[in-house]
Design a protein around this ligand. Structure first.
Ligand code: ATP
Ligand code: MG
Length: 398
């Protein structure tokens, strides 16, 4: 088989965007170039409605591995460039079908052609027949049968102007929109299962996601931060150029613990996180906050409590998991490979800072009254001033 491969990259959703199409396409194209950078001899083309990448066969699997992380890709295939010659296409088809043949019993297959070069001298059904019948001649005695509706192996042929590509497999992509086309958001990332999944969903809608973590060292040691950095590196594989903002939060938590009503603490912590998050978002030009909250999952996530935290910020707060149950969230966390890290044991602030009976129906007037009992504006400014910024692209694997 030839030493070259052509990766065919499909992107249905962004293909529908009318006049913006070029913008989305460019965004995806640049993201793909970025993930494949560093690989030698990889060449890019954009014929209509496709992105094609020519690569030496030795790099094809590595390219495919990287493309699996790019939002905006509907599916992709590793194709074999061939001459538009039926004998040659059939010979390659035979090689691709052969390994799937069974020692006993039938194997259902078909050929499907897409012809964008309308000057080609045969129509798509004619090409299917020409190539399919040649493959059948060679393999029908070994159990190969044609079955268009229930094919187990599909040999696909794309004939464009100047190139013909044959392939036998479509790998599903992440779908969604290319990162960067929607703008930036700031995600409140804790070491739990939920917020990494919420962050991923925003990336899949075209957002570049930066992360903010409220750290309460020295009470809990470095464990919490290490976990968040590890999670944000896993998440950054679906985009690039993400940053983590580490906000020292211990003084604020101590002040709330020492001065405020115990049952209000959890919501008060959250109100402070939202306020700092919003200020930071403004500073770094993020247009919304993102959290991993899901309705009713824990005491702090009732409708009343969610409203009592949202109301402190004049900014969109997105909660992509709001209607999901824990099992669905866990399944998604496994898919995006954050789950194993999220469940690693880490120090939990519950024992130190959590009240035994948190309020499930906070009242904003009571929260505000609690907030008059400490100098939160000064503490907030201090936390902002001492925030550490970590650039995920340049940070070493940890
Ligand atoms: P997660 O699994 O994401 O930790 P959770 O179910 O444990 O969520 P909470 O601990 O109530 O829920 O937190 C709700 C949301 O608040 C989190 O999903 C996250 O977005 C944000 N959050 C909580 N603690 C922190 C923190 N220390 N730093 C940054 N964000 C946080
Ligand atoms: Mg949590």
């Amino acid at each position: 088989m030839t030493e070259l491969r052509t990766l065919l990259i499909r992107y249905d959703e962004i293909g529908l965007k009318g006049r913006n199409r070029k913008f989305f396409e460019n965004c995806l194209y640049n993201n793909i170039k970025q993930v494949l950078s560093g690989l030698d001899d990889v060449r890019f083309r954009i014929p209509r409605g496709r992105i094609m990448v020519d690569t030496p066969s030795s790099l094809a699997d590595e390219c495919a591995r990287r493309l699996a992380f790019v939002p905006g890709i509907a599916s992709f295939s590793i194709g074999y460039p061939v001459n538009p010659d039926f004998e040659e296409m059939a010979a390659l088809g035979i090689k691709l079908v052969e390994p799937s043949l069974r020692a006993e019993g039938e194997l259902k297959f078909c050929v499907r052609t897409q012809r964008t070069d309308k000057n080609f001298h045969k129509t798509s059904p004619e090409i299917n027949f020409e190539v399919g019948s040649r493959i059948m001649t060679a393999l029908s005695e070994r159990g190969l049968v044609v079955n268009i509706k229930q094919a187990e192996v599909v040999i696909e042929i794309e004939i464009g102007r100047g190139e013909t590509v044959l392939f036998d497999h479509r790998t599903p992509g992440i779908r969604g929109l290319p990162v960067g086309c929607s703008g930036n958001v700031l995600s409140l990332l804790s070491g739990g299962i939920d917020s990494p999944v919420a962050s991923f969903y925003m990336m899949r809608r075209g957002c570049r996601v930066h992360f903010i973590f409220f750290d309460n060292q020295p009470f809990l040691g470095r464990g919490g931060l290490d976990k968040v950095l590890k999670l944000s590196r896993i998440l950054n594989r679906y985009q690039s150029r993400g940053r983590v903002y580490v906000v020292p939060f211990q003084d604020i938590q101590v002040a709330i613990r020492d001065h405020c009503t115990p049952e209000n603490r959890v919501v008060l912590y959250r109100r402070m996180m939202y306020r700092i998050g919003q200020k930071m978002a403004q500073k770094i030009k993020c247009l919304a906050l993102v959290t991993g909250e899901s309705l009713g999952q824990v005491a702090s996530q009732t409708l009343e409590n969610l409203a009592a935290v949202s109301c402190v910020v004049p900014m969109s707060v997105f909660r992509p998991l709001i209607g999901m149950d824990k099992q669905e969230i866990i399944a998604q966390a496994r898919k995006i490979e954050t789950y194993e890290t999220s469940i690693e044991p880490a120090p939990d602030c519950c024992s130190v800072f959590m009240p035994s009976r948190p309020a499930t129906k906070s009242r904003v007037d009571r929260l505000e009254r609690d907030e008059t009992r400490f100098q939160w504006e000064d503490l907030m400014q201090e936390a902002m001033d001492n925030t550490e910024v970590i650039d995920l692209d340049s940070a070493k694997e940890g």
